[in-house]
Design a protein around this ligand. Structure first.
Ligand code: F6P
Length: 364
């Protein structure tokens, strides 16, 4: 019997379960393959005793439309930075990657499929360089991985954000208000830009195009005539003013390395008031509603394709690669290429031109 171990790492994302199900269903068509799942990314391997579960058809039946991941996930620590408490109560991190690879071999596991975003794919590459047979599957609502046309979960997040714009438009119009909708995306403005275009927002502020508060003022003011009017502004959580920084804080959780973004809408509202903007304003921070719950059909289909392809790459021993969607095909790209640089919005991106063509103010 051959064994493949599946792990889901980083923030959860709609479609993770659909990928897991697709791997298991495809593997079940081979006589001699068993699929295992490591609980909470690679923690399941590193814990004593380990927490590894068997993923068979019965276990994964019907999970394709369930949000989250049945094998749990974490974005804290990892095999290369395992948090350890010192005697004096302070924390440090240790590299347990060699031990983890030994454990995986001892468990007679032939290959690993690591489903995750850029951080997880970096871990995959380092593990591959150390001799682990590993394949990556790109996951992120942020759509910030360059070497694939799309990542699963992204379109679901865009749909959630667009639904929110639609709802805010009706309340904004009824009250003659300006509404700010703060959406996720980390350093990438893809969710914001897509939701702004889909929902017909007046202003969209993204990390890649630092905004001028005076331009935002002017664009909003143009929406009002004799004190009547309304506007919706979609703001990416990573947006920042031309002369300032993003609004973020550092987590006090040991091993959590990402900055915690949030609060830029509140800052913009304050700054607008400071320069004399008098309209009534409200904000909605969408947060993790964009990550939880049912994946839309597009993401389920994408997840199914990623899962089936990932297992077929295991069969073909195409290790050291991440599955990539390059329309209309699914191919493997070396980890090195997959993590080289992030997929960010650029000024010449077609969607930026479309947004400008629709008259959406991008804050510059
Ligand atoms: O990378 C996905 C993402 O949802 C980002 O858009 C967001 O900034 C971050 O994760 C939130 O992470 P956490 O769930 O750890 O708060």
């Amino acid at each position: 019997m051959k064994r493949v171990l599946v792990a889901t790492g980083g923030g959860d994302c709609p479609g993770l379960n659909a990928v897991i199900r697709a791997i298991v269903y495809r593997a079940s068509q081979e006589k001699d393959w068993e699929v295992l799942g490591s609980i909470q990314a690679f923690n399941g391997v590193l814990w004593e005793p380990p927490e590894i579960v068997v993923l068979d058809r019965k276990k994964v039946a019907g999970i394709h439309f369930r949000g989250g991941t049945i094998i749990e996930t974490t974005n804290i620590g990892g095999p290369f930075a395992w948090p350890v408490k010192n005697d004096d109560g302070t924390w440090t991190t240790v590299d347990r990657s060699d031990e983890m690879i030994r454990k995986i071999k001892y468990m007679n596991i032939d290959a690993v499929i690591n489903i995750g975003g850029d951080g997880s794919q970096r871990i995959s590459k380092r593990l591959y360089d150390k001799g682990l047979n590993i394949i990556g599957v790109p996951k992120t609502i942020d759509n910030d991985l360059r070497s694939t046309d799309s990542t699963f979960g992204f379109q679901t997040a865009v749909q959630v954000a667009t639904d929110a714009v639609d709802k805010l438009v009706t309340t904004a119009a009824s009250h003659n208000r300006v509404f700010f909708l703060e959406v996720m995306g980390r350093d990438a403005g893809w969710i914001a830009l897509n939701a702004a275009v889909a929902g017909g927002a007046e202003v969209c502020l993204i990390p890649e195009i630092p905004y001028d508060i005076n331009k935002v003022f002017e664009a909003l003011e143009r929406r009002f005539h004799h004190d009547r009017g309304f506007a919706v502004v979609v703001v990416a959580e990573g947006a920042r003013p031309i002369d300032g920084e993003t609004v973020s804080e550092k987590s006090d959780i040991v091993g959590y390395e990402n900055k915690i973004l949030g609060g830029i809408s509140r800052k913009i509202m304050k700054d607008l008031k400071k320069i004399g903007f008098k309209r009534e304003m409200r904000e909605t921070v969408l947060g993790h509603l964009q990550r939880g719950g049912v994946p839309i059909a597009y993401d389920r289909v994408l997840s199914a394709q990623f899962g089936v392809k990932a297992f077929e790459m295991v069969l073909n021993k195409e290790y050291g690669k991440m599955v990539s969607y390059q329309h209309p095909n699914f191919v493997g790209v070396p980890f090195e290429e997959a993590i080289k640089e992030p997929n960010l919005v650029t000024p010449d991106t077609a969607l930026v031109k479309t947004a400008r063509g629709l008259g959406i103010c991008l804050g510059n």
